[in-house]
Design a protein around this ligand. Structure first.
Ligand SMILES: Cc1cc2nc3c(=O)[nH]c(=O)nc-3n(C[C@H](O)[C@H](O)[C@H](O)COP(=O)(O)OP(=O)(O)OC[C@H]3O[C@@H](n4cnc5c(N)ncnc54)[C@H](O)[C@@H]3O)c2cc1C
Length: 451
């Protein structure tokens, strides 16, 4: 599989070196800052009060609310799609963390009135207390619980993603209500240092919210024009986009963007898509899109001249982040797009590191980029696997299995890096197969097409 020893392996690097914000050091700094941001209000409260006085449960209940409020403000920061936050972690990982912190904030907020009631031995707070500032707190709590439940269940109850995203903006009301409630009931918060900190947190959340929902949609996105629409398969199209200002969109192979198409007579929505064109031609942006829902079903009705707004690039699913000796790409369906971008990079830079692509599809007509894949240099081996092949298909059938990976990669397995992208069920199955062949977890990289 590897090139013969007489041919030296070429590893050119034709893209700009990685930026500092993509480094581990910046990631560690952000983690430390996050932890400090959560702990700081609690420390300040304890310093101002001289320890945990009075009834312990009541104080712990108050501390829980302080931590929850700070976490909610930081949720707005995490969801701000800042490239400096995406760069060291990747937006998908950031969003998974965001989800976990939402649940933690919800639990802390729920424990807040319970602990205070337990500490005071009086449960009227939970039941009959209807003072306006308590009602404000109760309303905030009800919205938090409703939003978390909705976020965890929206897929199952058939709510469209964009409706969910719109309702999700309600987090700003929770923060404002939480601020009013806490300032009114929390004597500690009226002390100047706490008041300043609390107001700064509110201003931070409000500022990012207005910037993300007001400024970015109008002025914060790059403007492009659709210059070509190519049909790749019966249900997949490639849109070619050119920057209106001629400025290239520099990115690493495998990264993605948020794309908003502005087409006459159609509602315009923002969706994430991989930038499938070669990263070596930054003035050209392409998205290869499969029909899979309300918006993507209309992708074939896009025409040259339509306008597009782009935000990005984002993501860390790229060969540029790892020191790879040998590549194994595992793709399913339209999950080929980030992998194709990496294969184009290897081809266009003359990189001869050995690579194998194992590409699963239902039938031969579902194979995206079939002709280009057939024409890749010899050191990139392409293996097609079809789950519902027509009779006479000469290749592999079924799903990607451990045996296939073993057979294709052989002795190179321990030194291989695996790049995986495809439908959710396929990815779970392939991750199990990779476990079976004892692939090193640190060398398995994947992108889920869901944020
Ligand atoms: C990082 C990334 C890269 C992607 N690259 C490609 C690609 O190269 N080619 C391709 O065909 N598809 C890609 N996708 C998937 C693509 O974003 C969805 O297929 C598309 O958003 C579906 O929208 P819809 O309205 O047609 O379908 P719907 O039925 O409305 O949505 C189907 C599912 O897509 C997801 N989704 C919908 N809208 C959004 C949104 N605005 N933001 C985030 N997720 C959303 C949700 O999980 C939803 O349940 C990518 C997704 C991600 C996260």
């Amino acid at each position: 599989m590897s090139p013969p020893p007489s041919q030296p392996v070429v590893r050119p690097r034709s893209l700009p070196a990685r930026r500092w914000v993509e480094s581990r050091t910046w990631g560690l700094i952000l983690i430390v800052l996050y932890c400090l941001a959560v702990v700081w209000p609690i420390c300040l409260k304890l310093i101002l009060k001289g320890g945990l006085p009075g009834r312990l449960l009541v104080e712990v209940g108050r501390v829980a609310a302080l931590a929850a409020f700070t976490l909610l403000v930081l949720q707005v920061v995490l969801a701000g799609r800042f490239r400096s936050l995406d760069a060291p972690f990747g937006l998908d990982r950031l969003m998974r963390f965001h989800k976990g912190m939402a649940v933690l904030a919800g639990i802390l907020l729920l424990t807040h009135p319970i602990l205070i009631s337990l500490g005071r031995g009086n449960f009227s707070l939970l039941t009959s207390d209807m003072r306006w500032f308590i009602l404000v707190g109760k309303t905030a709590l009800a919205i938090v619980v409703g939003m978390i439940a909705f976020s965890l269940l929206f897929g199952q109850i058939g709510v469209d993603y964009n409706t969910w995203r719109f309702l999700h903006k309600g987090v700003i009301f929770i923060i404002v209500l939480g601020f009013i409630h806490s300032i009114w009931v929390g004597a500690d918060l009226t002390r100047v240092p706490m008041l300043v900190l609390w107001s700064a947190l509110l201003a931070l959340a409000a500022g990012i919210f207005v910037w993300r929902n007001g400024y970015v949609p109008i002025w914060g996105k790059r403007r492009f024009r659709v210059s070509d629409v190519r049909q790749e398969t019966h249900d997949t199209y490639t849109l070619r986009l050119e920057p209106a200002d001629g400025r290239p969109l520099r990115r690493h192979p495998g990264q993605f963007m948020f794309l908003r198409l502005v087409r006459p007579g159609r509602r315009s929505e923002t969706h994430p898509f991989t930038i499938s064109a070669s990263a070596l031609e930054p003035a050209i942006v392409e998205a290869t899109i499969k029909k899979s829902g309300d918006f993507t079903d209309t992708i074939g009705q896009t025409h040259p001249g339509d306008r597009a707004l782009i935000e990005g690039p984002f993501g860390r699913f790229s060969l540029m982040y790892f020191d790879v000796e040998r590549f194994v790409f595992l793709a399913g369906g339209v999950g080929i797009t980030p992998i194709m971008s990496m294969l184009r990079y290897l081809r266009d830079t003359g990189d001869t590191r050995p690579a194998t692509l194992i590409y699963g599809n239902k039938t031969a007509v579902d194979i995206v980029f079939a002709a280009e894949l057939a024409d890749l240099p010899a050191h990139i081996r392409v293996v097609h696997v079809l789950s519902r092949p027509a009779s006479g298909w000469p290749g592999l059938t079924g799903h990607i299995t451990a045996a296939m990976i073993q057979e294709c990669v052989g002795e190179d397995l321990p030194r291989s890096h695996f790049f995986l992208c495809g439908p959710a069920a396929m990815m779970e199955a392939v991750l199990r197969e990779l476990k079976e062949v004892h692939a090193d977890r640190r060398r398995i990289h994947y992108e889920r097409f869901a944020i």
